[in-house]
Design a protein around this ligand. Structure first.
Ligand SMILES: Nc1nc2c(ncn2[C@@H]2O[C@H](COP(=O)(O)OP(=O)(O)OP(=O)(O)O)[C@@H](O)[C@H]2O)c(=O)[nH]1
Ligand SMILES: [Mg+2]
Length: 304
């Protein structure tokens, strides 16, 4: 049961779990009865973890239903079912665009969500698995962004395509895709500068990057949003705008180690219908993990 994966994710979710587990334990201490107060308190606990109001209502309705139908004896039995109900919120049959190569992936998101770090971690993961990787340094805005990507690339032993600071990121995408067409890497990742979802100009710039990449690439081009879990419900509106602009294929939820509101994962997948493919639980190369719904739900509530 305690695989290294589960252990690390579980550690990463400590803040979320301590909070939820604490509230669920209070619920249990109030007594085993499945009265109205129990269901309301359960709803409150889940909303407090940022699971999102509509999802919470449906999850708790399903739990009430199975409590009646399967004659669940008490609060403890209901909570044992909670992880299953939470994990049902995530699609179980999603393809992982990061492993079905060759593929070009555009990495997007607002400022500081962890895009460059995630590109570095993904490059490390793929290179270790013996896959060929190419990086495109599409953050031409910040000099430090290019250096940061270079450091990850060097460590992972993978090449980077770059242009000088201030260059058009679409030109970097062009160069990167051209090289990918020639060298056929399994995985091509194009980093982009952080931008506010409310900036129409910058969102258009991103659409241009996507258009050029799609036009030039022999391999399919996907877009992946890196979202900072600590931004909670605010992150949701960002995600909506990015999805509207780019038709996202995948999400990476970072900094789950820094929030007590890991339930945002449920809210976001429900809202966008875009699968989470990795989660970030720390700053190191090994702190990017596959997203496994059932295990995630268990690590989140500490039961099951
Ligand atoms: N704790 C924690 N920190 C993370 C995680 N992912 C990234 N970070 C940190 O978040 C900070 C910002 O990461 P970057 O990768 O530079 O973010 P970015 O989205 O590329 O930033 P911009 O390019 O400026 O928009 C860095 O200090 C990272 O180490 C994570 O999963 N957990
Ligand atoms: Mg960056």
């Amino acid at each position: 049961m305690a695989t290294p994966w589960y252990k690390r994710v579980s550690e990463g979710l400590t803040k979320s779990r301590e909070r939820l587990e604490g509230e669920l334990n209070i619920l249990l201490r109030k007594g085993p009865d499945l009265d109205e107060e129990f269901w309301e308190d359960l709803e409150d606990a889940l909303v407090g973890a940022d699971v999102g109001a509509t999802a919470v209502t449906e999850i708790v309705d399903r739990l009430r239903d199975s409590a009646a139908r399967q004659a669940l004896p008490d609060a403890g039995a209901v909570l044992d079912h909670l992880a299953d109900e939470l994990s049902r919120e995530f699609p179980s049959d999603t393809q992982d665009p990061l492993v079905d190569g060759p593929v070009v992936i555009l990495i997007v998101g607002v400022n500081g969500t962890g895009k460059t770090t995630t590109v570095g971690k993904l490059a490390t993961e793929a290179a270790r698995a013996g896959r060929s990787v190419l990086l495109g340094s599409g953050d031409t805005f910040r000099a430090a962004g290019v250096e940061q990507l270079d450091i990850w690339a060097e460590r992972a032993g993978v090449p980077v395509v770059r242009r000088k600071r201030g260059a058009d990121p679409a030109a970097v995408a062009f160069d990167t895709v051209q090289l990918a067409n020639e060298t056929h890497p399994d995985l091509t990742l194009i980093d982009t500068a952080g931008r506010l979802h409310t900036s129409a100009d910058l969102m258009r710039e991103l659409q241009k990057v996507q258009r050029i990449a799609e036009r030039e690439s022999d391999a399919p081009v996907k877009s992946l949003l890196v979202m900072d879990a600590t931004t909670g419900q605010n992150g949701l509106s960002q995600a909506r705008e990015f999805h509207a602009a780019l038709d996202l294929d995948a999400l990476v939820l970072t900094k789950l180690d820094g929030t007590a509101k890991g339930g945002i994962a449920v809210a976001i997948v429900r809202e966008l219908g875009v699968p989470i493919v990795r989660i970030g639980v720390g700053e190191g190369a090994d702190d990017l993990k596959p997203f496994v719904p059932g295990e995630f739900a268990r690590a989140l509530i500490g039961r099951g």
